[in-house]
Design a protein around this ligand. Structure first.
Ligand SMILES: [Zn+2]
Length: 129
């Protein structure tokens, strides 16, 4: 009940229940790559490692360790997500956080997504300047 007035972590300005929460809890699936991207950011903030793995394209999951995702997410202080550009299968974003040394870090990533079986998945990303 206390969640009802919380604004979503992803920076959309919407309430969590009208934004990423239904995706994170499995009640609904993102309809766009940007929605998936936003919900994955929210998953890092809320340490929802299962969601991060589930929304990674199955053929790439083996490259990710739940333990290292959890450690990185938990040791970072998440500040903001900024969507730089959003296309059907591609989202450029800047995630700002304090790393485990309390250094302000701006992670700039150009991410690719694909839809399979009616669901969006993260494929891979590369950093940009
Ligand atoms: Zn959101």
């Amino acid at each position: 009940m206390s969640e009802t007035s919380v604004i979503c972590h992803c920076g959309s300005g919407k309430k969590v229940e009208d934004c990423c929460e239904p995706f994170l809890s499995g009640k609904a699936f993102p309809e766009t790559a940007e929605q998936l991207m936003r919900s994955r950011y929210s998953a890092y903030v809320t340490l929802n490692v299962a969601y991060i793995l589930e929304t990674t394209a199955p053929k790439f999951r083996k490259y990710y360790s739940p333990k290292s995702i959890l450690e990185w997410a938990a040791n970072s202080t998440w500040i903001s997500l900024e969507i730089v550009s959003s296309e059907e299968k591609r989202v450029k974003f800047i995630a700002t956080y304090l790393d485990d040394q309390q250094q302000l870090t701006r992670h700039k990533e150009d991410s690719k997504f694909e839809k399979s079986g009616g669901r969006w998945y993260f494929v891979d990303g590369k950093t940009f300047d």
